[in-house]
Design a protein around this ligand. Structure first.
Ligand SMILES: [Zn+2]
Ligand SMILES: [Zn+2]
Length: 311
């Protein structure tokens, strides 16, 4: 694991939405589906388990072997929701199959069964050779809703779940890393969890699979107020969203312009567009990048592998 004592490092592992796109002409921005790796004060937090998580796991395992298995692999995986493009990499995340790994899985279940039972069915029992109960790692599940936050203390990889009574409860103290969330119902059918990771005076907000509103998503803008990095769904161009033959309204995704609106309202420091349509090739995304970065100097069209250090 990266030494991130006192640091906040963000790495894009998969920026593609809907499904992976392993094709020539798409490789510069990358073909893997949603996954962002965050190393913060020696905690590894992974946002979503799209296919981008697979390389992340492979690298963790290589390091683990190079260190002769002396340090266990500890990770906290935050799932925005359970659509395929956000969970399909999970069974191939190799640390799951190591006895000395401790993996926390955080998310919400919109069903009667808990998160563990739903993931067991969706990701393992019916679509993978192993059942969840045959996984070697020590797994802990956290069914979360936006009344709660998770606190990761220094040198302790087991998060404490606390009820948020007032806004200050979600502010990190001393060396704590705090994960808080906001449930959005703008993504069909069961909604999506938006996460904030905060450490000292730095934070990032991960808002994928969310659709914008007229005048920007006010709840999200408030939740992301003054954050250092807002990672926001930007699946479509406005033209495609409004296309009269095949409109994309109600699909639960935003346009680049909607992401920009929410970013401006939130007064976030930087904006990373995310969850690109699998039909947008490198040439097209180059054009998008040119257009948006010309008018907004803190806007990023991230490529797979790109790393940002929050300072
Ligand atoms: Zn998605
Ligand atoms: Zn989705």
């Amino acid at each position: 694991m990266i030494d991130s004592k006192d640091k906040f490092i963000v790495k894009f592992r998969g920026v593609r939405g809907s499904h992976p796109k392993p094709e020539r002409n798409f490789m510069e921005y990358g073909g893997n589906s949603a996954c962002v790796e965050v190393n913060v004060n020696n905690h590894l937090i992974i946002l979503d388990a799209g296919t981008g998580i697979i390389n992340c796991g492979n690298e963790l395992l290589q390091e683990h072997i190079a260190k002769a298995h002396k340090e266990s692999i500890n990770a906290t995986i935050l799932l925005s929701h359970l659509h395929n493009d956000h969970i399909m990499g999970l069974p191939f995340f190799k640390p799951l199959h190591q006895k000395d790994s401790n993996i926390n899985i955080v998310g919400f279940s919109a069903y009667e069964e808990g998160l563990d039972a739903v993931i067991s069915q969706l990701v393992f029992e019916k679509s993978f050779p192993l059942g969840l109960n045959e996984i070697n790692a020590k797994l802990s599940f956290y069914d979360i809703n936006d009344s709660y936050a998770l606190i990761l203390d220094e040198n302790d990889n087991t998060p404490d779940m606390i009820k948020i009574e007032k806004e200050e409860d979600a502010l990190p103290q001393d060396e704590e890393v705090v994960i808080s969330c906001l449930k959005s119902s703008s993504h069909p059918k069961d909604g999506v969890m938006i996460y904030k990771i905060a450490y000292k005076d730095k934070s990032l907000v991960y808002a994928t699979d969310t659709e914008g509103y007229i005048g920007a998503d006010q709840k999200l803008a408030l939740f992301a107020r003054n954050t250092n990095l807002l990672i926001h769904d930007a699946q479509y161009t406005t033209e495609e969203y409004l296309n009269t033959c095949a409109p994309k309204q109600g699909y639960g995704h935003s346009t680049f312009d909607m992401a920009l609106d929410t970013y401006k309202q939130s007064k976030a420091e930087n904006l990373a567009f995310f969850h690109f349509d699998p039909n947008y090739n490198d040439e097209f995304l180059h054009e998008i990048e040119k257009h948006y970065t010309n008018s907004c100097k803190n806007c990023i069209v991230p490529k797979e592998g790109m790393e940002i250090v929050l300072r």
